[in-house]
Design a protein around this ligand. Structure first.
Ligand SMILES: C[S@@+](CC[C@H](N)C(=O)[O-])C[C@H]1O[C@@H](n2cnc3c(N)ncnc32)[C@H](O)[C@@H]1O
Length: 235
């Protein structure tokens, strides 16, 4: 099963989120009209689309993903290809390589390969920005089984962060947080659509029971912080 519903009309594709995320991004790296940008695992490409307009980029930013979305942002140069395959067969260099909430979908040897290839593809002052869920004080609303699976997944994320910090001791860590306000009804739909990878392997029954649990345990409106860790790597 694939992650088609990740940013399908969720807060992750809202104007407010995209704007706030890009503001954070632009604080970490100086970009201009000439900048060459690559987003690995770009989904619908909304983040890149916003950057294209905001910076009035000369060249469309490149977004790669193994999934095609019919409603993807038209301001990006989209390629349906596996990240490692793309990097191996391309000589382009980038000022920014963004890897947002995608690295956890790879195994450790793929991660090592991916980041070493990204480093080669950076321009002199270029940066790689890797975002993944905050591992310790995560506030994502969950039901029992989802919480258990999320915990396992976040433990693995912790290992990925340690792994990368050992490989690249100069790596910097920052935090991004976004205040989410969403109706429980809408959030239950997101769960039904398996918006996050921890839900992908659950049976339909497990999802239905989970939705009931959420309905019972949470108020009508959910307020929480969507928190990310940002790892920054230079050339
Ligand atoms: C959780 S989504 C994140 C989407 C987007 N970066 C965001 O934060 O809104 C992860 C994305 O990575 C893509 N993906 C997974 N493995 C990939 C690979 N090997 N190469 C390229 N994209 C991949 C998935 O198809 C999915 O769209």
């Amino acid at each position: 099963m694939s992650l088609k519903n990740w940013d399908n009309k969720t807060w992750l594709s809202s104007k407010k989120y995209i704007k706030s995320f890009n503001n954070f991004l632009l604080k970490q790296i100086r970009l201009n009209r000439e900048s060459q940008i690559l987003d690995i695992g770009c989904g619908r490409g909304k983040i890149l689309g916003f950057l294209y307009s905001k910076l009035r980029l000369k060249n469309k930013p490149i977004g790669i993903d193994i999934e095609t979305h019919k409603d993807r942002d038209k301001r990006i140069n989209f390629k349906k290809i596996d990240a490692i395959k793309y990097l191996k067969n391309n000589s382009k260099k980038f000022d920014l390589i963004l890897i947002k909430q995608t690295i956890h979908l790879l195994n450790f040897s793929e991660i090592k390969k991916l980041i070493s290839l990204c480093k080669i593809k950076l321009k002199k002052e270029g940066k790689i920005l890797i975002f993944s869920l905050e591992t310790s004080k995560n506030e994502i609303p969950t039901f029992y089984l989802m919480k258990k699976r999320l915990k396992t997944s976040l433990n693995r994320d912790k290992k990925i962060i340690t792994f990368l910090s050992k490989l690249y001791p100069n790596i910097k860590k920052k935090k991004f947080s976004f205040k989410v306000k969403i109706s429980t009804k809408r959030y239950m739909e997101m769960i039904k659509n398996r918006y996050i990878s921890t839900l992908l392997s659950m049976s339909s029954n497990q999802i239905l029971r989970g939705i009931d649990e959420i309905n019972l345990n949470y108020r009508k409106i959910l307020n929480f912080n969507d928190k990310l860790i940002c790892l920054i790597l230079n050339k």
